[in-house]
Design a protein around this ligand. Structure first.
Ligand SMILES: Nc1ncnc2c1ncn2[C@@H]1O[C@H](COP(=O)(O)OP(=O)(O)OP(=O)(O)O)[C@@H](O)[C@H]1O
Ligand SMILES: [Mg+2]
Length: 359
């Protein structure tokens, strides 16, 4: 579908408020078995109160953030994210990048309010429109597409979208309006050719026996994304939404999400593996944002277009026009375990990048 028509469709279907996301010094820690969260929480609260009383300046929230990390309470568990700061504005796409295990899914889960409250300690540093995020999490304004998506295997693609439309759209919407929206999503996401194919699943025995495998992995990703857009999220988190897609389909999906963000003044945050350079060029021309994680620490967070100059100023100038800029930055922030020597040198490089970002 033409981009202008797509934009028009999205903006008609998605009016409403916007969400400014701001994160300051976010720390996430898995609480170990011998330190139950209840006890740890009481200790955090007590120390925070003492700290605020002792200092007696600043707002309670600011001081609480400082004391959580300064007192090392967070450090008692297994630290998965340390000191993550980022900000997004409505209309933007933000990429979260980092090697496997760097904390991308944990960051998205934390920002979307999906962490297990009994097993994790999270510093109180997420704000949406300047407020605590809980009220946004409780509303449908925050959407999430998981790394492993869950769809009903016996439904067809069109049935999945139609049932979701019945569930998500206003009860006042007519049958024809719902059908229009489903048809335009099938077109936008390139799903017309498989509209009547069942989703299928490798572990649904009746489907395997009858050899009804269903749609491909890439089609599943596109369908999950289309289904989420029906909820009209103002803040949409997508975990590895392009993984498993060929390069062209990955780019097309990011283009749709960018159009959605711009047309509806929403924000789309995407964690991404092996991003191709076209995605970089597409987003750096607009106001795309980038967060690069290295083992739970931030090595860059800000405008995508300013990332390469940042690494260049730190002395990493071996980037050339023939390279993929995102691959280059990912390479710089990854520890290479292939030999003791490379591990030592790349670890030192990552530590230097983390320290430089903190300054
Ligand atoms: N509940 C948990 N308990 C213990 N460790 C955890 C838990 N959740 C995540 N981790 C660890 O935190 C680190 C970050 O995990 P996360 O899934 O966020 O990484 P990721 O960047 O999304 O990786 P991938 O690219 O492979 O999906 C990993 O080392 C993981 O093992
Ligand atoms: Mg992940």
């Amino acid at each position: 579908m033409e981009k202008a028509t797509q934009e028009q469709g999205f903006s008609q279907q998605h009016p409403g408020s916007t969400i400014h996301l701001e994160v300051k010094n976010l720390a996430v820690s898995i609480v170990s078995g011998d330190a139950p969260l209840g006890r740890l929480y009481e200790e955090i609260k007590q120390r925070t109160t003492q700290y605020i009383k002792g200092k007696n300046h600043g707002t309670a929230t600011q001081e609480a953030e400082v004391s959580w990390t300064a007192e090392g309470v967070i450090g008692r568990g297994h630290n998965i994210l340390k000191n993550v700061s980022m900000a997004t504005k409505p209309g933007q796409v933000c990429l979260i990048m980092g090697s496997s295990g760097s904390g991308k899914t944990t960051l998205l889960n934390t920002l979307a309010g999906r962490m297990d409250p009994h097993g994790t300690a999270i510093s109180d540093s997420i704000r949406m429109n300047g407020d605590q995020p809980q009220k946004y999490w409780a509303s449908r304004q925050v959407g999430y597409i998981q790394q492993e998506e869950h769809l009903l295997p016996h439904l067809t693609v069109k049935e999945t979208l139609s049932y979701s439309a019945d569930f998500c759209l206003s009860p006042n919407a007519s049958k024809a309006e719902k059908e229009d929206i489903v048809t335009s999503l099938l077109t936008d996401f390139g799903l017309q050719s498989c509209a009547n194919v069942i989703i299928g699943e490798t572990d649904a025995p009746d489907l395997v026996q009858t050899n009804r495998r269903g749609i491909s992995g890439g089609e599943r990703k596109r369908l999950s994304t289309a289904t989420q857009l029906l909820f009209k999220p103002k803040l949409l988190f997508c975990d590895e939404v392009t993984s498993g897609l060929d390069a062209h389909s990955a780019l097309e999906l990011v283009k749709i999400l960018k159009t959605y963000a711009e047309a509806t003044s929403s924000t789309v945050v995407i964690s991404i593996h092996q991003p191709r350079s076209e995605i970089y060029h597409l987003l750096s021309r607009s106001e795309g944002q980038l967060v690069v994680l290295s083992k739970g620490d931030v090595v860059y967070s800000g405008q995508l277009s300013e990332a390469l100059p940042w690494f260049g100023n730190l002395g990493f100038n071996s980037y050339s026009e023939h390279m993929n800029p995102l691959d280059y930055m990912l390479h710089l922030s990854t520890v290479d375990y292939s030999s003791p020597d490379t591990e030592k040198s790349t670890r030192e490089r990552c530590e230097m990048l983390i320290a430089s970002w903190k300054e």
